[in-house]
Design a protein around this ligand. Structure first.
Ligand code: ARG
Length: 572
């Protein structure tokens, strides 16, 4: 699509030799009030270099922008140059592009030939998959979709927490008190029970800890019985996780978790030794990062067992060597910020400079529940699966009330209920903590998933009412743009026009909420248009123009929801 902002920057930077094209582009603003133009250029900064009063400069700049003949109107107001885009042209450009590209509107091939890894969710085996895990899971999935839309070759990794001394405890507990049928019935709840019991008993009898350590050592050495039990715990846990991933529509290319790196650690430890990075501290092996303000990183315990960060070093090196990534994105809670700073620093010190500079930690804040925070230890966990199921149940009730004759109620309830939870998750800046509240999540009128999905369904219903003939004429662009030149229509068109740039921005910032906010704006923009104007009118030309805009709105909402990992039902 024609890039009007660049167009303006080009004209102004030619006129004002003191500023480069990029500088001008940076300075161009979008006024709050569209009566001040679609774009505005402030001239304050220029006063010094041009030795003139800002209003005078604005006047001169306005004249040269005006003389390009591209814009509907250009005016100097005080120190600002206000620029009004050519309405008919932007409408034509936008609708033509959206209707041609359809599902592909908002995608580019900018990232072609570059591989981006997104690591997300990464829960711990045999531990509850709770509401706290929704964040990494859903944010990561959306970042994956956004980068895919930007044309990158994508690899999705679930770095399962499937290794570590806790598995020694789990095996020990299972041998003492466990039972196969119970585990198969409800793997995670049962295994968690054993694990808790182990901790209680170990307080009375510390020799249990030693036993667990020995079992983990056997596991690390690949002893058959231990490996089989561990494998079974892993498989059973994955069955549960996959049920939730299925509900959320999430898939992976690799489930290489921590255990995958068990045989790749000696190499890392040797390299750290050779490069003189490893020092001994109280019997353990550490990397001292004090001089970078990053404390010390524990690489190997005194009993020889490896640690979380060691496995992460091995993983990063493996990923670089296997995928030659351009970016390696970790979507992990902000509590682990220091861990990732240490990891990236160690990679750099080891000489893996590209692996280090291409790795990015994308942190996020905490989610809490209205009833208070969760605590795994005190058994106050809310399973994510239960939350998703209640979302679907509650939505089914709402639909039964609003639309008692709807047919595929189950399908809609699951698309809307689960969509609502995801949308809520992706509505705010990811770094913010937030409280999960049912009233906000399922509100059909607020800035929510159901509201946006409902707007999509409303567009679909208008297209059905208009009929195939009108829709196909709209698709053929047999459009008289005068019918969609009202304030409301123009605002909506500009929002649709801007959508691809928001997808790019979301990618740059690793921030799906940029897309979420923008599709809320589009939905609101469409509803203003819908309330103020008749879409299905007697006048056929008018109907065609308005249906074209409705179809474009529907397309962009659907594409935006897809980037968030949310479905767009045709009826609600
Ligand atoms: N399993 C870890 C946890 O639940 C998250 C793993 C994050 N990813 C990583 N490469 N360290 O806290």
């Amino acid at each position: 699509m024609k890039d009007f902002k660049s167009e303006i920057a080009k004209i102004i930077s030619e006129k004002v030799s003191e500023l480069s094209f990029d500088e001008v582009k940076e300075m161009i603003e979008i006024p709050q009030d569209s009566k001040m133009g679609d774009f505005a250029f402030p001239c304050f900064k220029l006063a010094k270099v041009m030795r003139k009063a800002p209003p005078l400069i604005a006047q001169e700049v306005a004249e040269s922008v005006e003389s390009s003949g591209i814009f509907d109107k250009v005016e100097a107001v005080n120190a600002y140059v206000n620029i009004f885009l050519p309405k008919a042209e932007i409408a034509a450009e936008t609708l033509k592009t959206v209707l041609d590209k359809g599902d592909a509107f908002g995608t580019t091939d900018k990232g072609a030939g570059k591989t981006v890894i997104v690591e997300y969710s990464s829960p711990n085996i045999a531990k509850p998959f709770h509401i706290g895990h929704i964040r990494s899971t859903v944010i990561g999935n959306s970042i994956y979709k956004i980068y895919k839309a930007l044309g990158y070759d994508m690899i999705r990794i679930n770095h399962l927490g499937d290794y570590g001394t806790q598995f020694g405890k789990m095996i020990s507990a299972y041998r003492r008190w466990g039972n196969k049928e119970d585990v198969e019935k409800a793997p995670i709840k049962t295994l968690l029970g054993y694990y808790t019991k182990f901790h209680e008993e170990a307080e009375k009898d510390p020799s249990l800890e030693e036993e667990a350590r020995q079992i983990f050592a056997k596991l690390e050495h690949g002893e058959k019985e231990e490996v089989e039990l561990w494998q079974w715990f892993r498989d059973e846990s994955l069955k549960e996780f996959n049920r939730v991933y299925g509900m959320l529509g999430i898939e992976y290319d690799s489930y290489n978790g921590e255990s995958f790196y068990s045989d790749k650690m000696p190499r890392i430890e040797n390299e750290l030794e050779e490069k003189g990075l490893m020092v001994e501290s109280r019997g353990a092996q550490v990397v001292d990062l004090e001089e970078y303000g990053l404390g010390t990183a524990l690489i190997k315990k005194s009993d020889g067992s490896s640690l979380y960060i060691t496995r992460d070093i091995a993983a990063a090196v493996y990923r670089k060597e296997t995928y030659d990534f351009y970016k390696n994105i970790y979507v992990v809670a902000s509590q682990q910020t220091l861990h990732f700073q240490q990891l990236f620093k160690i990679l750099e010190l080891m000489g893996y400079t590209e692996a280090s500079s291409g790795s990015i930690h994308v942190p996020f804040g905490l989610v809490s529940l209205e009833e208070g925070t969760m605590s795994t230890r005190q058994g106050r966990v809310v399973f994510l699966e239960d939350v998703l199921n209640s979302a679907v149940d509650k939505t089914r009730e709402i639909i039964a009330e609003k639309n008692p004759d709807a047919d595929n109620v189950d399908e809609i309830a699951s698309q809307v209920g689960i969509g609502a939870v995801i949308f809520n998750e992706l509505s705010n800046n990811r770094i913010k903590d937030y409280t999960f509240k049912w009233d906000t999540v399922l509100n059909f009128d607020g800035e929510t998933g159901p509201y946006v999905q409902y707007t999509h369904a409303r567009c679909a219903s208008l297209l059905r009412r208009a009929g195939e003939d009108i829709v196909s004429k709209a698709k053929d662009m047999a459009i008289n743009f005068d019918y969609i030149s009202s304030e409301n229509a123009h605002e909506l068109i500009k929002l649709i026009y801007a959508y691809p740039s928001y997808v790019e921005l979301a990618g740059e910032k690793y921030e799906p909420s940029v897309v979420t906010r923008h599709i809320i704006d589009i939905a609101q923009g469409f509803n203003r248009f819908y309330h103020d104007e008749h879409i299905i009118t007697e006048n056929e030309d008018e109907k065609i123009a308005k249906i074209a805009l409705t179809l474009a709105t529907k397309t962009v909402i659907k594409n935006g929801l897809a980037l968030l990992g949310i479905e767009a039902p045709e009826r609600m």
